[in-house]
Design a protein around this ligand. Sequence first.
Ligand code: NAI
Length: 247
Amino acid sequence: MSKEQVTALVTGGSRGIGRAIALALAEQADNMAIFFAGRQDKAEETVRELEALGLQALALQCDVADAQAVKAATDKVREAFGPIRVVVNNAGITRDTLTLRMSAEDFASVLHTNLSGAFHVIQACYRDLMRAGWGRVVNIGSVSGLMGNPGQANYSAAKAGLVGLTKTVAKELAPRGVTVNLVCPGFIETDMTGAMDAQVLARAAGAIPAGRLGRAEEVAQAVSFLCSRRADYITGAVLQVDGGLYM
Ligand code: NAI
């Protein structure tokens, strides 16, 4: 990364994959902001870990589905650290059930958090990225968005939407030296998969060519690479980190 101060923002950075991403980016960033939904204790834990690695870190409770809240929170990050150069849209939720039983509210809330949330954050950081002449956006999708998954009409639709959002913003910002990519994890050991039915999870693991679930750190390494100068010429890419589940 460049010699000037680099400020990174990771949404959903309080735990799971987001926390692993924030920690993996620590070697490339000077300042790190994380947005989280509810678990203040977890967010503070991440901040302490980042500070122990020598960064200035800030955790803000911010619902990414709320455009105004995102604007206010990114303004706070800018006040504290200056322009935001690296954005990782990781915040996500699931509300799984078969399409027949899915309520319109559960369909909409997953779309709002997982897809509109990424749009809100990108829009709120857009000018910073455009002006810097160098920047990174990594969105966190899912193999569900590429292959579909029974019980996840809302989630798969939102994650598939991230493919279009990623490629469009990639085309808009490429002339400005900003890359925009999508990382699609398969099944990763986190609270999200911990909440799944054990039998369903065991069946899913059996379908993974690598023969095991992934670790949050393995997703974080891919994100870290895409955020580094080594990935200057990679934009609009969809990169699966899934042990071969989708190919
Ligand atoms: P998690 O449930 O452990 O953590 C989710 C994070 O998102 C938390 O930090 C939470 O505070 C934050 N968050 C949720 N709703 C939010 C909102 N409205 N505003 C701000 N922050 C919010 O989830 P996990 O497993 O770490 O997933 C992270 C990302 O990776 C998600 O986008 C998820 O869809 C994606 N993913 C996860 C997979 C897995 O197997 N765990 C597989 C494929 C994708």
